[in-house]
Design a protein around this ligand. Structure first.
Ligand SMILES: NC(=O)C1=CN([C@@H]2O[C@H](COP(=O)(O)OP(=O)(O)OC[C@H]3O[C@@H](n4cnc5c(N)ncnc54)[C@H](O)[C@@H]3O)[C@@H](O)[C@H]2O)C=CC1
Ligand SMILES: O=C([O-])CC(=O)C(=O)O
Length: 329
């Protein structure tokens, strides 16, 4: 194997998403079947023992691509030389709790991690924040890393994107692989807006194929937006395997590119496109190529969509103002 190993840091490695994520990173699903990886598992002291157990299991898989595992509770060590950082460790939302409640508890985690990324990560660092509230946690980490290009901090809305693909496929009888150009706008929260007006199903406009605005408003959008809560209700724990899968998809697409004629959804710092205030980390339709991404421009936003995008962006602005008031950004 001639390629240089890529250093991948995973925080919250001993948690349920970590357990579903690490084996897929080590087996080549994150970066590619020919890319060796070195894993850094960052945990809090109480999580170290369980992380060691997971590392033992990773050893026991004898993954040919896995060139080392290091476990630490020190962010300065955890992010040293990191090329990819998956910030998963956070306090998960429990029954009846909204994401806003989590802002303060999680702010204390993401500020020091952002600083450690600033001081120690590799120059090409790419950051995906999974831990909720993901968009605003990404903003906190980014604000603490002024030397890292702002666009390297992203938040995960790929799970929402995948959920929307699946719901739309079910409704129309299409295969997921027939659906292209679906978009999640805004926050990874109940205000998010899954938009099918530009989506295509086997080349036909998805909104026209569905032809049922009431289903969109009263069924599709709330089902996708509240899926996280529905999983918690059913499982007694928040989404784990599907979240890990979406994290793999997010980074894989960022690094390896979107297919011609398609796009994906990522929470990224706004450049002001589509009226989203600059700097907010909001989900947009993006294409990716050679490890960079671009917002898809020039989409017509109808009234139905405009109101929903604005509502989610308003929530992001409120979260930003709240963490600003707490001195976290
Ligand atoms: N963006 C998205 O689509 C989704 C986000 N999530 C979020 O992902 C996060 C993780 O979820 P789970 O793995 O289920 O939680 P979990 O509670 O099973 O694991 C979290 C782990 O993070 C660790 N941790 C806490 N603070 C840390 C710190 N400062 N540094 C390093 N590790 C730390 C804990 O010790 C624990 O092992 C939650 O915030 C959850 O809400 C979950 C599903 C989807
Ligand atoms: O709702 C939660 O807390 C977990 C989550 O983000 C999701 O499943 O989308």
């Amino acid at each position: 194997m001639t390629r240089t190993p890529v250093n991948v840091t995973v925080t919250g490695a001993a948690g349920q998403i970590g357990y579903a994520l690490l084996f897929r990173i080590a087996s080549g699903h994150l970066l590619g079947a020919d890319v060796p990886v070195r894993l850094r598992l960052l945990e809090i002291p109480q999580g170290l023992k369980a992380a060691e157990g997971t590392a033992m299991e990773l050893d026991d898989c004898a993954f040919p691509l896995l060139q080392g595992i290091e476990i630490t509770d020190d962010p300065n060590v955890g992010f040293d030389g990191a090329n990819v950082a998956l910030l998963v460790g956070a306090r998960p939302r429990t029954k009846g709790m909204e994401r806003g409640d989590l802002l303060e508890a999680n702010g204390g985690i993401f500020k020091p991690q952002g600083k450690a990324i600033n001081d120690h990560a590799a120059d090409d660092i790419k950051v995906l924040v999974v831990g909720n509230p993901a968009n605003t946690n990404a903003l906190i980490a980014q604000a603490a890393a002024p030397d890292v290009p702002a666009e390297r901090f992203t938040a995960m809305t790929r799970l929402d994107h995948n959920r929307a693909l699946s719901q739309l496929a079910k409704k129309t009888g299409a295969q997921v692989s027939d659906i292209k150009k679906l978009t999640i706008w805004g926050n990874h929260s109940a205000t998010q807006y899954p938009d099918i007006f530009h989506a295509e199903i086997a080349g036909k406009n998805a909104a026209e194929v569905v032809g049922d605005e009431q289903w969109l408003a009263d069924d599709f959008i709330p089902t996708v937006a509240k899926r996280g809560a529905a999983i918690i209700e059913a499982r007694g724990a928040s989404s784990a395997a599907s979240a890990a899968n979406a994290a793999i998809d997010h980074v894989h697409t960022w690094v390896n590119g979107t297919a011609e004629g398609n796009w994906t959804s990522m929470g990224i710092p706004s450049d002001g496109s589509y009226g989203v205030p600059e700097g907010l980390i909001s989900s947009f339709p993006v294409t990716t190529k050679n490890g960079t991404y671009e917002i898809v421009q020039g989409l017509d936003i109808n009234e139905f969509s405009r109101a929903r995008i604005d509502a989610s962006v308003q929530e992001l602005a409120e979260e930003r103002d709240a963490v600003r008031a707490l001195g976290l950004i």
